[in-house]
Design a protein around this ligand. Structure first.
Ligand code: ADP
Ligand code: ZN
Length: 519
């Protein structure tokens, strides 16, 4: 059957070869094996279920989280001459009725539905009356509560599947999944470990950058100005930020659109279309914008503030360069943004376990901003990507031409200070002790009596805090799982203290004050 699959690839899509992972996924589905496919954005996930759907008899049911996503996919298939449709709440009941009739008569190769559809007995009944080729979960991470976009309705499809009498092969597809999410999807859908196809997440055409200590609005205006006709997305955390930045750019004559959940559906649609059709060059938006947007020529994605975790960051940043051309992913970092993200987690209705997990993920995002290693590698490590490519050579850290200096002794000072303070305080307090601050809190804990008090007075408190963040990012210190990050020594800290492990840092990242006198 794989020959047929090859033929269809050429005949319908005009491609000669499969991309990595596609053939394996297709073969497994044709063998009736439930399959989980993990591929980066733009990796070609749609073909993975469409070709088996075309090869086999019957209708494929595709579960999709967004109406716009369904429409785009159906339009794409229809334009290839493939019988496809969607059934969702955007249709009148008469339209829905007609599509159900056509579905029962086997007129479609593909039908796209929202997960809620599985809650209606009439739909299950219909599925039981037709010949099914496969069931595909698009954006399968929505099924896991550990995913960054959990949708309870996705989860409730799982028990509904047991009501389907002749259950065909199930395909789950996603671009973003941590091990925890992969395990969760696998367990929920009972997919065998051997049937997980993970091509890795590397996107070679993307360059990752972190900008610190610059005026954000200035940076963006200059950046956009240098790239006149290039399409880009700027993500902010709040609607207010969208409005402010939108006004700022519009006043400067930039061709800009805005998108957030506070706008009417009409306004959002208009903005989206203008951006997709290149009438507007820049889109300023909250994370409400983007899922299911297939715009291939986005040349850059700027994050105006810290995203909540690496999963969302990589998914949003990954909307750049879907066409494979070189593109930038830039994160504008400032320490204050951390507070907003913490506040958002704190205010949310999640239970304590979930919150703890979110703080942990946020910390990994913060570490990304402090690491001195390759940013691409950092992200791939986060996802436990086993393909382990070389450092990218083009991110902020790879490109930094600065030399590295040995900071082992300084690290030892920090670590012993954290230890002496009982591993009960955050970076700010530790920095104060090392600086020898006269802060009242220091007195109340009698920290001025510690041997490490004032040990690094030659540095500014800010540099000391940065250095501590760097040690966290390097995995020497950890911040525990509490809301207030409490510094604790990791295993590798022992090695540093014993002088068995050295700490290298970009020269000049933390500086001793020039005027210090050592009397
Ligand atoms: P994903 O859903 O994984 O983000 P898509 O399925 O939308 O990716 O595919 C991304 C792009 O890659 C599409 O334009 C698609 O036509 C193209 N593509 C997919 N498979 C192949 C292939 N085997 N050869 C060439 N192009 C492909
Ligand atoms: Zn790099």
């Amino acid at each position: 059957m794989i020959e047929t699959a090859h033929q269809l690839l050429k005949e319908y899509y005009g491609f000669d070869t499969f991309r990595p992972g596609q053939q394996t996924v297709i073969e497994q589905l044709l063998n009736n094996e439930d399959t989980l496919a993990i591929m980066p954005t733009g990796g070609g996930k749609s073909l993975c279920y469409q070709i088996p759907g075309l090869t086999m008899d019957g209708t494929a049911v595709v579960i999709s989280p967004l109406i716009s996503l369904m429409k785009d996919q159906v339009d794409a298939l229809t334009s290839l001459g493939i019988a496809a449709t969607y059934i969702n709440s955007s249709l009148t009941s008469e339209e829905q009725r007609q599509r159900f009739i056509d579905l029962r008569e086997g007129r479609y190769k593909f039908v796209y539905v929202a997960p809620e559809r599985f809650e209606t007995p009439a739909f299950i009944e219909t599925l039981n009356s037709i010949n099914l080729s496969l069931i595909a979960f698009d954006e399968a991470h929505c099924i896991s509560q550990w995913g960054h976009d959990f949708r309870p309705s996705y989860r409730s499809v799982v028990p509904a599947l047991s009501n389907i009498i002749q259950l065909p092969a199930v395909a789950a597809l996603t671009a973003t999944a941590t091990n925890q999410v992969i395990e969760d999807i696998r367990r929920l859908l009972q997919i065998e470990t051997d049937h997980v196809v993970n091509t890795g997440f590397a996107r070679e055409n993307l360059s990752f950058h972190i900008i610190k200590g610059r005026d954000k609005k200035d940076f963006i205006s200059n950046y956009i100005f240098e790239r006149k006709q290039e399409s880009g997305i700027i993500y902010t955390t709040t609607r207010k930020q969208v409005e402010a930045l939108y006004n700022h750019l519009e006043n400067k004559g930039v061709s800009v659109a805005k998108y957030h959940a506070g706008l009417s559906e009409h306004e959002r649609k208009q903005a989206q279309t203008a951006f997709i059709q290149d009438e507007k060059t820049i889109m300023v938006a909250t994370n409400a914008f983007g899922m299911g947007i297939d715009k291939s020529n986005v040349r850059f994605v700027v994050h105006y503030a810290l995203p909540m975790n690496i999963e969302s960051y990589y998914q949003e940043a990954g909307r750049a360069g879907r066409d494979g051309e070189p593109s930038d992913c830039i994160l504008l970092f400032s320490g204050q943004d951390i507070q907003l993200q913490k506040f958002l987690i704190d205010q949310s209705l999640m239970d304590e376990d979930k919150k703890t997990n979110e703080y942990k993920k946020l910390q990994a995002m913060i570490n990304y901003c402090h690491t001195h290693n390759c940013l691409q590698t950092y992200i791939l490590d986060y996802f436990n990507d086993l393909s382990k490519p070389e450092d990218c050579g083009k991110c902020t850290n790879c490109q930094s031409t600065q030399d590295r200096e040995d900071m082992t002794k300084e690290a030892q000072m920090v670590l012993s200070c954290v230890k002496r303070m009982g591993e009960r305080f955050g970076a700010g307090m530790v920095a104060k002790v090392l600086k020898g601050s006269k802060d009242k809190k220091i007195k109340s804990f009698q920290f001025e009596k510690l041997t490490t008090y004032g040990l690094m007075s030659a540095y500014s408190e800010k540099d000391l805090t940065n250095f501590i963040h760097f040690l966290v990012a390097e995995g020497i210190l950890s911040t525990g799982e509490q809301r207030l990050p409490i510094l604790q020594l990791n295993k590798s800290a022992e090695a540093v203290l014993k002088g068995e492990k050295q700490i290298w840092m970009q020269t000049g990242s933390v500086k001793q004050a020039e005027s210090t006198n050592y009397e």
